[in-house]
Design a protein around this ligand. Structure first.
Ligand code: AMP
Length: 114
C-alpha cells in the first residue's frame, strides 16, 4: 500500500484533477483519457480489485455507483449515456492494483465492449 499510486493520490501526496469526493470515495480525471470524459472512481480504502471484496468492504460499491451518477450529472452526460468499467486482474488489463471504476463518456461509445 505504501507504493500504491492511488493511495498516494487519496493522501494528497501525488496531485490529481479531482472531480468528486465523499467520505469513502474519491474521483479524479484519468491521466491518459480515452474519451472526452474519463474519470476514475476509487474507494479511499485500499481494496485490490473485485477479487478482494468481502461482505465487510463491499458496501463501498454503492458509494461508487452513487458517485458515478453524481459525476455524470455534473459533467452533463447522464442522458447521453456513459460506461462504468472495472478491470479485475492483469489479464483483464488492470495496471493499478487499487480498485477503480472507469467512468467513460462524452462521445458515442457504440454497442460493443471490445
Ligand atoms: P487500469 O488499467 O484499469 O488499472 O487503469 C489504470 C488507469 O489509471 C489508467 O487508465 C491510467 O491512465 C490511470 N492512471 C495511472 N496513473 C494515474 C495518475 N497519476 N492520475 C490519474 N490517472 C492515472
Amino acid at each position: 500500500m505504501e507504493n500504491c499510486i492511488f493511495c498516494k493520490i487519496i493522501k494528497g501526496e501525488i496531485p490529481s484533477s479531482k472531480v468528486y469526493e465523499s467520505e469513502k470515495v474519491l474521483a479524479f480525471n484519468d491521466i491518459n483519457p480515452v474519451a472526452p470524459v474519463h474519470v476514475l472512481i476509487v474507494p479511499k480504502e485500499h481494496i485490490v480489485n473485485i477479487n478482494d471484496l468481502t461482505q465487510d468492504n463491499a458496501g463501498v460499491l454503492a458509494d461508487i455507483h452513487l458517485a458515478a451518477k453524481e459525476i455524470a450529472k455534473k459533467l452533463g452526460i447522464s442522458d447521453q449515456g456513459f460506461r462504468l468499467i472495472t478491470n479485475c486482474g492483469s489479464g483483464a488489463g488492470q495496471t493499478v492494483f487499487h480498485l477503480h471504476y472507469h467512468l467513460i463518456g462524452g462521445k458515442d461509445l457504440g454497442s460493443k465492449l471490445l
